[in-house]
Design a protein around this ligand. Sequence first.
Ligand code: ARG
Length: 413
Amino acid sequence: MVADIKADCSADKKGRDKVVLAYSGGLDTSVAIHWLQDKYNVDVIAIALNLGQPPSSDDIVARALRNGAIKADFIDVRDEFVDEYVWPSLKANALYQNVYPLSTAIGRPLIAKKLVEIAQQEGAKYIAHGCTGKGNDQVRFDVGIVTQDPDLQVIAPMREWHTTREEEIDYAKQHGIEIIVKKETPYSRDENLWGASCECGILEDPWAEPPKDAWENTVDPLDAPDKPTYVEIGFEKGVPVSLDGVKMSGVELINKLDKVAGENGVGRIDHVEDRLVGIKSREIYECPAAVTLIAAHRAIEGLTMPKDVIEFKRGIEQKYSQIVYDGLWFGGLREPLDAFIDSTQEYVTGTVRMKLYKGQAIVVGRKSPNSLYDEGLSTYASGDSFDHTSAVGFIYVWGLPGRTVTKARAEKK
Ligand code: ARG
């Protein structure tokens, strides 16, 4: 079906094929509009998606059209991003290698999905993205795209065309491409509402402490307020629904929490990670809301979830994180894992009180209508309802295998 549509309209009046470009308005993807037309003789449809990254200083859609795109659009996908990608990963407490909340990685499948949808609507033959040939993101896009539509072909100009920033600026001048040349920084940044990633420059030395200018969205914990800020996060079935008792959308909740946690220096991560392409790399992350919410979510799970479910789920969480990192969102395993995780969240409802203080998000209280905590059982004070004599029989049975082994071996000596 999809293939038929493509056959009908993959070429416009001039007989050119179309490419849907993942466009950010930055230098790489601005020059890519021209480069794609030139090198592949294709018409370019430039698509920018709003996943909560900082807004651009100009109208990037108008600029894409001035730079030669036949169509351009900027689509707000923040709600879909939160509901379909961020919340499932939060329910999975997803942290790659136990530290990175996957903020860049979790945005990629949504971008791939939108590009494929638009390519199919427009009858485009190609999708293009601005990734280089060394990172994880090229894999996430390429694999995500062809898994959804094996007929589409992916072009990655920055992987094919080995240029420097200066050469790109020259290319833009030569061809009259309008670009916004930002102040040069030594870093490569990627940002969405779940967090910011920053690499390159001095950060490539894993021994060097990240300099002050590498952090943009968080206050240095040393400069953070001397008084803690408390926030109460309300969860329903594993999903955050309120902040300090006020119900709000996921996008609003993340934005508000990101600000207050960032002001308290929460969410800085310094990670030497193992890339999918086999390289160890050093990257720093700023994820104030993600770090706070994962800690809070674990706390409400700890209160409401049976011990064996918690323990079993830890292994699933690791697998889930790996799938997201490795670009296998559209592979066969993520959906059944989501089904399992969703079923564990049925009773994960309640409120967690967090203390944000000088770089830390500390759980200081939790309550739930589904709490499994029984004060009568756990107290050491009066009102204790636990039958201490039953512990003796339990310990006899629990220690039985160990005693048996030791005795049997002692008799052999
Ligand atoms: N290492 C992270 C990941 O693979 C982030 C990659 C993008 N980072 C960047 N600074 N552009 O998910």
